[in-house]
Design a protein around this ligand. Structure first.
Ligand code: IMP
Ligand code: MG
Length: 205
């Protein structure tokens, strides 16, 4: 049973001087979700997965690279999830330009996934093209397929069929960083989910 995601679309940002805030980061407008809140919500989703998948030897498939923080607290913190499962990773890169929904995928051998209960774990779903591309590639190889995402930018969805079962938070249409999420490979290790100032991503383009 998956619980209802926490909807933070109308939340005011926490000011950066109200939290523990690592030194040296610039261009952060405010904190949307603190690390403490993330941890508690992720722990809850772990329990739901344990309930739903125990005795099924599922395979978790993480989408690199942004998922790494979410993946490890969701699945590798043994206090959270403690039953037999396998995990693998896929790498997904989308082509820019005319083929914006064309994905280049690096995946484990499909035979590894055949007949298995597979859960795709992703940091954030936006248009839905990435998850739709992975789903299409896997086809009917797995016995079952679900999505588990930390953040859902639901208002930006283009592929309407992509409705992850396990969702941490529904967030507004802002560019967010932290807890694995990056802007040009920066800010991944920022501890909270935060919104960037526009000047950061409008300069240099
Ligand atoms: P989609 O294919 O449009 O659903 O986008 C999913 C991918 O876009 C994610 O795996 C992220 O890598 C990236 N992405 C989308 N929104 C954000 C954001 O606000 N911050 C950082 N990365 C994002
Ligand atoms: Mg990603």
């Amino acid at each position: 049973m998956a619980s209802k995601p926490i909807d933070v679309r109308k939340r005011e940002l926490y000011s950066t001087d109200q939290f523990y805030f690592p030194q040296g980061y610039e261009g952060i407008k405010g904190v949307l979700i603190s690390k403490g809140e993330l941890n508690s919500r992720i722990r809850r989703i772990s329990e739901e997965l344990m309930e739903d998948y125990k005795n099924r030897n599922p395979i978790f498939l993480g989408v690199m690279t942004g998922v790494i923080h979410f993946f490890s607290s969701l699945l590798l913190d043994t206090e959270n999830l403690n039953f037999p499962f396998e995990y693998h990773f896929v790498r997904a890169a989308s082509y820019e330009g005319t083929n914006r929904n064309k994905l280049k995928l690096q995946t484990p051998d499909l035979e590894t996934l055949r007949g298995k209960d597979v859960i795709i774990v992703e940091d954030i779903v936006d248009s839905g093209y990435t998850l739709a591309g992975i789903q299409e590639y896997l086809g009917d190889v797995p016995k079952s397929l679900e999505f588990c995402v930390m953040l859902d930018k639901r208002d930006k969805r283009i592929v309407k069929e992509i409705n992850p079962k396990y969702v941490g938070f529904i967030i507004p249409d802002h560019f967010v960083i932290g807890y694995g999420l990056d802007y040009n490979d920066k800010y991944r290790n920022f501890p909270h989910i935060a919104v960037l100032e526009k000047y950061v991503y409008s300069s240099g383009e």
